[in-house]
Design a protein around this ligand. Structure first.
Ligand code: PRP
Ligand code: URA
Length: 204
């Protein structure tokens, strides 16, 4: 299931991310804004329990998180969500998946797997760019193999090809994106996209 955020705050930030002349400082600032909104939407389906709370003047219904919450940023670009994780779910277990796309074939290859046992966990996989879906697809598969109860994918820009790949393989996985773009070009970049997110966010 795809959830495309249609929100003026994230759309304004995304416009600045897309512009080719945006400097690294502004790119990071606007990424923080969009990442926070994407992560909040990913957490909409996190497990919670009802609780009662006593206010200074009465009783109210409330809720609290229940069970394991695991967040898996996909390196490098997924590190851009770190500040959002600190703000919204600072007690989440953080695990890391390192994958890099081959520049010629665009196939993603693992160089680091720090996803441990995620038995019973609600897992949020974070990668700003969902292009072919090769990177995220491999990470979702590994989380499910290692016991995740539910997996949500959060990204900033997605291509229809990547969404179809992930939805085709994992019909129960929810995908949250700030924008769903038009298509991939012949070297598997998202069009119109924002270029190479990892390079622009890293300032390299
Ligand atoms: C980019 C991006 C995603 C991946 C998306 O990573 O950050 O992880 O490509 O493409 P896909 O959906 O076709 O797999 P890259 O491999 O360039 O590594 P980086 O994050 O280290 O820049
Ligand atoms: N990775 C990126 O950073 N950008 C794209 O358009 C595709 C993959």
């Amino acid at each position: 299931m795809l959830h495309e955020m249609k929100h003026p705050v994230s759309d304004v930030a995304l416009t600045i991310l897309r512009a080719q002349d945006t400097c690294t400082t502004a790119f990071r600032q606007q990424t923080q804004r969009v990442a926070l909104m994407v992560l909040a939407e990913c957490l909409r389906t996190m497990p919670i329990d009802p609780v009662r709370v006593t206010t200074p003047v009465g009783e109210a219904d409330g809720c609290r998180p229940v069970g394991r919450l695991v967040v898996v940023p996909v390196l490098r670009a997924g590190l851009a969500f770190t500040s959002a994780v600190e703000q919204l779910c600072p007690d989440a277990e953080l695990m890391f998946a390192g994958l890099a796309r081959d520049e010629t074939t665009a196939e993603a290859h693992w160089y680091m797997d720090r996803i441990g046992d995620v038995s019973g966990a609600f897992v949020v996989v974070l990668d700003p760019m969902l292009a072919t879906g090769g990177s995220v697809g491999q990470v979702v598969a590994r989380c499910l193999e290692r016991g995740a109860t539910a997996v949500v994918v959060g990204c900033i820009v997605a291509a229809p090809e990547g969404v179809a790949e992930v939805e085709g393989r994992f019909p129960d996985v929810r995908i949250v994106t700030a924008a769903l773009d038009s298509h991939l070009n012949d070297v598997k970049y998202i069009i119109p996209g924002l270029g190479d997110f990892g390079d622009r966010w890293s300032g390299t």
